[in-house]
Design a protein. Sequence first.
Length: 114
Amino acid sequence: QVQLAESGGGSVQSGGSLRLSCVGSGFTFSHAVMSWYRQGSGWERELVAGNIGVTTTYADSVKGRSTYSRDDAKNTMYLQMDNLKPEDTGVYFCYANVGAKGYWGQGTQVTVSS
């Protein structure tokens, strides 16, 4: 079955950096559309970054501060986040679109203090 495992979250001060990872299994990773979402307390889940083919999309709130990448040989997707702000606090989820079906990971908590 499809499994997604996020890691790399933590608590940092404003201006700090984190690198999130998502390892996928149970599907052909290279064929999947992979994205990062986040959900802050009291907020709906929102797209942070994702790619389709060679096009990568970022939320306006993270543009210039975050870098999406993936290593299909390692079945892993990454999100490098720099110059973190308190408003980046939330649970970050890995999302995979596999054959028109969507799957979510359990999420990893990111907390940014001012």
